[in-house]
Design a protein around this ligand. Sequence first.
Ligand code: FAD
Length: 449
Amino acid sequence: MPGPDVVHVRGDAVRPERVDVAIIGGGIVGASIALELADRGLSVALCEKGGIGHEQSSRNWGWVRAGDRDPRELPLMVHALTLWDAMHQRTGRDVGFTRSGITFAIHSEEEAAHLERWRSAAEEAGVTSRMLSAATYAKAFTHAPKTDFGAMVTPLDGRAEPQKAAPAIAEAARAKGAAILTRCAVRGVETAAGRVSAVVTEHGPIACDAAVIAGGAWSKLLCRQQNQRFPQLNIMNSVLRTHPLDGGPEGALWTQDFAFRKRQDGGYTIANGSANIVDLVPDSLRYGLYFTHLLRTNWSLMQLRVSGQFWAEVPGVWKQPLDRPGMFEKTRVLDPKPSEALTKGLLDKLGEHWPLFAQAQIAQTWAGYIDMTPDEIPVISSIEAVPGLFLSSGFSGHGFGIAPGAGVLMADLITGETPIVDPTAFRFSRFRDGSELELNGGRRAPIDH
Ligand SMILES: Cc1cc2nc3c(=O)[nH]c(=O)nc-3n(C[C@H](O)[C@H](O)[C@H](O)COP(=O)(O)OP(=O)(O)OC[C@H]3O[C@@H](n4cnc5c(N)ncnc54)[C@H](O)[C@@H]3O)c2cc1C
């Protein structure tokens, strides 16, 4: 497979004819929902067009953070952190989770004020972060570029291995009875008597009472097939990993120029902390207005371009026939080419100041699409207009860490149990019920971590 080396998950040979819930998308979000539902005794099919975890879920930085998270997500994230603590035991697999802390360098008075406000509000949600003076920060990260404004550290934030996590969760779901179907694209959802009755896969239909769209960067196109508008913007971030390095920091660090975290194999995953590429696609016109604030505030850091992705998404403009192969089968794995300027150029620059990284060798580079919503928090919700249809997507560059919690919340919504947190902020209807879309403190947030 292109991109990072993901732990292989074998697909089941037999496709069930009927399940309680069919899940579309085998990233960490779909896998977490499958595990929760299977744990509660429901029959589940997890349908993945490529391999488990081959898109965003294996391409991310591996940060599991509450620090500077949108306050609306914090209660769910606090729960997710406790699920990460137990992940090894629950899945029987080592996903490399460790609470090694995450530090954000601060570059302006405005950022300092935002983070101080955020820190005191977060304390109420049970998250403890500390502001570091410029001198304390310089001592903790001796070779990081100096800043007059210090930093914020959240010591109980952590890291995990993206190439292991979604596969481990999917295998744990299978052990509880879920069907794990790989190379099994879902072309669309069928309804009967006004509610979801089946998902139609490339291998035939699976009858179901409920279907969950957890398609990451593809969710807007899946929603369109059901005539539902889901404003989503996909932003490409380029990443590199180094060969093992001795003596580097354990904790992850974000600065405006770079971000890194130590890997279980002793290397580092490194990326530009802010710069990204936006591929213009047919939906850029349809949903562009929703994202003007994001493009405006990050303008100098966004490169807009037209690439092959434009043509890959053209068929999604129309409703696709369910009886022949379509766009989901055509692109088994979204594997954009990483930007060399944002990988090799970045490491060269980092090495100029930091002796550890001057001797680093690149082991691999890759890129991934981050699926943004206009307010940068996900949808975890039913889609009211189509009874039986649910959506868990739009995690806006920070879904890896929160995914286990999102799995619990979606399982609560499907089974009608009391939701683990108030789901109002994550409702699908917010994009069309006249609600004002808020951002985390109005701050220009770094998009991917
Ligand atoms: C470079 C980068 C860095 C990031 N860093 C972090 C980080 O440090 N911490 C953090 O918390 N988050 C981070 N994120 C975000 C995080 O990776 C995502 O929010 C998370 O992985 C989303 O999971 P998902 O399951 O929704 O999507 P995905 O992992 O993209 O999975 C969706 C799956 O659905 C499948 N699919 C789509 N359509 C169909 C269909 N029709 N039929 C069947 N299958 C289908 C796809 O093939 C795909 O495998 C980062 C993302 C990127 C790209």
